[in-house]
Design a protein around this ligand. Sequence first.
Ligand code: NAI
Length: 264
Amino acid sequence: MRTAVVTGGASGIGRAVARDLAGKGVAVTIADLDEAAGERTAKEFGLEFVPLDVTDAAAVSAVLGAVRDARGRLDFVFNNAGIAVGGFTEELTLDHWNRTIDVNLRGVVHGVHAAYPIMLEQGHGHIVNTASLAGLVPAPLMLPYTTTKHAVVGLSLALRAEAAGRGVRVSVVCPGFTDTPLLDHANPGLPSTEVAARARESAIKTTGRLYSVDRLAADILRGVARNQAVIVAPASGRAAWRAARLSPGGAVRVAGLATRRLRG
Ligand code: NAI
């Protein structure tokens, strides 16, 4: 039986991906900081739950190692846990930056560092890192977030190139705004700025409406089955990514206009 570990699997995108993987007969372990939500999700979909803080490298390694030892294989690792941190850059403290880097970037690094040697040894496996559309286009008003997501895209594509031919696949997921609780608790444990407090409202205003997590989970699993390098959804996100590649300067100008509107 194939196995998967999904970090941040208690809620939102990770929860939907874990549910759909289980529906395809994969033995899924969800690993999350939020123990109550993790237990609830695990019970609802018949998954295994382990408490995990992805900022703790040794704990990440222990979770992945335990799944491989218990089931004899580790097929998929979804490094998905993440937090939203936003605000005008001049209002952000170093704690905003460091917390975002610790969870969104170091959390992924810890997952890769633990999963990759296991997958090389067994000769197969797929690492799926969750970045964001904010990792592909200039996304102001959430600079720590944007920085970490660009880093996760770079890490994933470079590792994919390095892993090619050694049996290990690497994909990166870049969703546009999706309807999850993420934006409801922007800046968790950190001073919230006016922009962060209005993030969800602003996202809905900018994009029309938020993408459904169920559709996104289907997009992700389709992309993983096809071994796509970069999985971008919804279609409006792919259009924004294409436009930013064609005209990086134009993308900055558009992002600047949106920022000025929000600044008022
Ligand atoms: P969510 O808030 O619904 O789920 C995130 C999960 O990660 C939560 O269960 C939370 O407890 C867990 N988590 C947070 N810090 C953790 C830590 N240190 N260790 C372990 N678990 C931790 O949010 P959502 O939207 O499902 O986010 C999942 C990923 O998707 C994140 O990486 C996010 O940046 C990314 N994303 C989300 C978008 C959106 O609009 N919702 C758009 C683009 C990317």
